[in-house]
Design a protein around this ligand. Structure first.
Ligand SMILES: [Ca+2]
Ligand SMILES: [Ca+2]
Ligand SMILES: [Ca+2]
Ligand SMILES: [Ca+2]
Length: 182
């Protein structure tokens, strides 16, 4: 009996994950035209994107976090390509940039404890923008690179439980069990 109740509590805690597969859709060359990959709440989720970077192309993707979350973005399959990426706030400020942390010359970024909100991720080619864009509003615009390749992006979101919520849920479980014992 106790086991059943605990399972119910754990199921509540776990929620349901969100996952999606997308092909990028042009024109996505500005924040306003970004491809929306969705909203992510506890416990998190993932999205895989198939895209093509053409000469003078940039691909913007938008996502929303309903809670503080850790984000990882990984790019792959850019055969002989040299990609880069930016993470940008809803207000258009660049908070992260990467050039070559992934496979070959492809970028990857991870950010822990990203506050709830809407963000944009821009994927472009080497020569468009560089690391000096972090802390500024200099966005990848596709201009300045001659890259041309297909790629895959993998987004992972892990929601960080708020300090109070775990304790409250735990307390709820104890109260349930005690009531069943009467
Ligand atoms: Ca594209
Ligand atoms: Ca594009
Ligand atoms: Ca690169
Ligand atoms: Ca540029």
């Amino acid at each position: 009996m106790k086991y059943t109740i605990l399972c119910a509590v754990i199921a509540t805690l776990a929620g349901s994950t969100q996952a999606g597969f997308f092909s990028e859709s042009e024109n996505n060359n500005t924040l306003a035209l970004a491809n929306d990959i969705g909203s992510f709440d506890a416990p998190g989720g993932s999205a895989v994107i198939d895209g093509v970077l053409d000469i003078n192309d940039v691909d913007w993707f938008m996502f929303t976090l309903t809670d503080t979350a850790s984000l990882s973005v990984f790019s792959a399959f850019g055969a002989n390509g040299n990609g880069l990426m930016q993470i940008v706030t809803a207000g258009g400020d660049v908070i992260a940039f990467d050039d070559d942390s992934g496979v070959g010359l492809m970028p990857a970024i991870q950010i822990e404890n990203l506050a709830a909100g809407t963000y944009y991720m821009g994927f472009s080619g080497f020569g468009d923008v560089d690391a000096s864009s972090v802390g500024s509003d200099e966005l990848a615009d596709g201009l300045g690179h001659q890259e041309n390749f297909g790629y895959k992006l993998t987004f992972g979101f892990s929601v960080v439980p708020a300090p109070g919520s775990m304790a409250l849920l735990g307390l709820g479980g104890v109260v349930l069990i005690r009531r069943r014992r009467k």
